[in-house]
Design a protein around this ligand. Structure first.
Ligand code: TMP
Length: 253
């Protein structure tokens, strides 16, 4: 295959120049990292699963009118996306307490929150992606007030969609992180969901057993990450047929 121009390499994905102006190819690696890359591993098949799962969530969002960067899946590990200007914020939505919220505020993991809580973290690995307020975001020019309003609205629509989809397969969406990008259409900016939506960036708990089916399995050494992701893909009906480690299908009732 002809060599392609690499635009950016992150911890879990690589972006290559796309076939047309304004497009990129997003390649999903098997690498897993946690705690700002202090913990690293290669998990065979993770990239294939996340490519499929992100395709599933992003194309579902596109179909209900929530704009995303996703155009189409190209192959097992790659998808065609629109090139966007990434807003340097991680947008986290929480429905139940877990992770850093539980740690910071002393709220037990699993406690239902009175309403979905939207948080912003400044994307800066050297600083460890610190939690920031809207005041910081406006003052330092990372986004405008209009962007912030649009980002919260977008994040809450994603939350409703993902919560419903996951509930349909017996999984609780505890929280998730999205990234948002800006595209320009006839000189007007429009915000779209970018990056990926996968068990790498969500907390997903089995509704009946509480079993964790997301990257916390890796972060907290709870078992086999690829098996957990395979279970999510299997329940959603998007299991790629040739992932070798796929667990035997089991009935859910
Ligand atoms: P947190 O509880 O560690 O702040 O994580 C909140 C959500 O964001 C959780 O679903 C995991 C996701 N997340 C990422 O996708 N990337 C990150 O770097 C971090 C820290 C969290």
């Amino acid at each position: 295959m002809a060599r392609r121009k690499k635009i950016y390499e992150g911890k879990a994905k690589i972006l290559y120049e796309g076939p047309e102006p304004g497009t990129l190819v997003q390649y999903f690696k098997d690498d897993a990292t946690a705690f700002n890359a202090q913990k690293k591993a290669t998990i065979e098949g993770k990239g294939v699963l996340n490519n499929r799962l992100s395709e599933f969530f992003m194309s579902g969002l596109n179909a209900i009118g929530v704009p995303t960067h996703f155009i189409r899946r190209i192959n097992m590990r790659e998808q065609l996306i629109r090139q966007v200007e990434i807003i340097p914020l991680e947008v986290v939505v929480r429905n139940f307490a877990a992770g850093s919220l539980s740690k910071r505020l002393g709220i037990p993991e699993g406690q239902a929150l009175p309403r979905p809580i939207v948080e912003f973290y400044y994307k800066d690995d050297a600083l460890g992606d610190p939690l920031v307020s809207e005041e910081h975001i406006i003052a330092f020019g990372w986004a405008t007030q209009q962007d912030l309003d649009d980002m919260v609205a977008l994040a809450l629509r994603v939350n409703d969609f993902l919560s419903g989809v996951m509930m349909g397969v017996g999984i609780r969406l505890v929280d998730f992180k999205i990234e948002i990008g800006r595209i320009w259409e006839n000189d007007y900016p429009r915000l779209v969901v970018a990056d990926e939506i996968s068990p790498d960036s969500c907390r997903l708990w089995d509704i009946k057993t509480g079993e964790k089916l997301d990257k916390d399995v890796f972060r907290r050494d709870l078992g086999n990450l690829a098996e957990a992701y395979t279970e999510v893909a299997r329940r959603l009906g998007v299991l790629p047929s040739n992932v070798t480690h796929a667990t035997k299908p089991t009935l859910i009732n």
